[in-house]
Design a binder for this molecule. Sequence first.
Ligand code: NAD
Length: 267
Amino acid sequence: MHLAVVGAAGRMGGALIRAISELDGVELCGAVERSGASALGQDAGVVAGLQPLGVPVTDDALSVFAAADGVLDFTTPAATRAFAELAAQARCVHVIGTTGMSEEDVAAIRPAARHARLVKSGNMSLGVNLLAALVRRAAAALDEDFDIEVLEMHHRHKVDAPSGTALLLGEAAAEGRDIDLGDRSVRTRDGITGERPRGDIGFATLRGGSVIGDHSVLFAGPLETVTLSHHAQDRQIFARGAIKAALWARDKAPGLYSMDDVLGLSD
Ligand code: NAD
């Protein structure tokens, strides 16, 4: 499968290029960066810390999408909206790992799913998607006597909060409880907040150092607490998951899919 990477000079862009070069059945066919990026014109392999791969980094996304079977996209919400339109035109697979997308951003990419195969997830790792399935079950089994709190920590360069993964885990808990996360989430606490409302789902964010991604979901009940957690040790888990998603989506009908679909975890 011929895969292109957009955001090729980013942290995840590099991880994706390295993973494509390590795995069988996939080949890098294009690498895109934003206009003005210093990596433009350089070899994508060299940008990712490898030997040259003969694929120059370009800002001509249209040509790259036209030549690719699938595009791996870990960039920004604005860029991902534009890339989804190109994916629809090219009728290719578009794997979206970008986080921090608003409801409006998600609505904007939805029409592309009529023509392209989109796989979107705030976390592409097997472990986190399994964790979300466990959180869904625990939230259904434990009633509102158990307060649910989602705690996450990431490196100091991360620009959005809570993380896409924290929100994915909060969604899983809300599904288990059969409530709407938008109505019941507490994203920040400061000053005299009053007592914790029963049934809310809280989020707490830590930022610092080079932490790749730590997430815990706590179910704090009367006299006992259950904690389910995941620690990412290397960005390769997201890159390999994204490639797995692209290979899975290759022969699927157009649509908007999740990693639950890819990993067979949909209940
Ligand atoms: P980064 O800032 O290192 O990389 C982003 C890259 O995208 C940059 O090189 C930037 O120049 C490029 N870019 C921005 N706009 C562009 C455009 N219009 N065209 C082409 N390239 C463009 O960030 P990162 O740490 O690699 O993370 C990227 C995104 O992926 C974030 O939203 C992050 O939260 C998310 N992420 C998701 C997962 C997951 O599993 N879903 C895992 C890790 C990170």
